[in-house]
Design a protein around this ligand. Structure first.
Ligand code: IMP
Length: 188
């Protein structure tokens, strides 16, 4: 017997689609091209490390690096800010550290979303103490209405309104990360 359809295809769908898989793919390709152009000279002399922030950036990172046409290293860092709630506590901690030092290297942090900005603010301050050659921030999404910290995003996918979104790596209570699109959860 055939497996039941994925939950998000059951009717009525609990999501309102915001960005389709095709729209995301096109934007990710553009960002990859921009990073390629900017890092082509730098990468000839200095290592470039692309750091994915677990777990939300995994899909974005995996797609993005395949559009980066210069040599890179990949690493991951685990950050906890919310637990399972949808409201920022402002309390951030590292749950899994990088596997290698970043001293003297060009670092690109890849995030899923900058919401209040607490997570990225903490992360950039922490990584700066490790004396990389440079740090830039790449975020797929930005919710400027929620900003509590002034964050400069060097490479941004999309600006979104103040609604809770899921899919393409983003979760609510650890669910829906595997949706191929990004959507609002109805009723959240
Ligand atoms: P910030 O510290 O408030 O900027 O929150 C950043 C983190 O909160 C992100 O890396 C996400 O894990 C999570 N987050 C914030 N907004 C959303 C959302 O709309 N959907 C899913 N996760 C979110």
């Amino acid at each position: 017997m055939a497996a039941p359809p994925p939950a998000w295809n059951r009717s009525p769908a609990p999501f309102a689609e915001l960005f389709s898989a095709e729209v995301i793919a096109a934007r990710v390709a553009e960002i990859g091209a921009q990073i390629t152009a900017e890092y082509a000279p730098l990468s000839q002399t200095t290592d470039v490390v692309v750091i994915g922030v677990l777990k939300g950036s995994v899909m974005f990172l995996a797609d993005l690096v395949r559009h980066i046409g210069v040599p890179i290293f990949m690493d991951f860092i685990g950050i906890s800010s919310y637990g399972d709630a949808t409201v920022s506590s402002g309390v951030v901690r590292i749950t899994q550290d990088l596997s290698r030092p970043i001293e003297g290297k060009h670092v690109i942090i890849v995030e899923d979303i900058v919401d209040t900005g607490h997570t990225v603010h903490y992360l950039m301050e922490n990584l700066a103490t490790r004396r990389p050659a440079s740090i830039k921030l790449c975020s797929l999404l930005h919710k400027p209405d929620r900003a509590e910290r002034q964050i400069e995003i060097d490479y941004l996918g999309f600006t979104i309104p103040n609604k809770f979104v899921v899919g393409y790596g983003l979760d609510v209570s650890q669910q829906y990360r595997n949706l191929p699109f990004i959507g609002y959860v109805q009723g959240v």
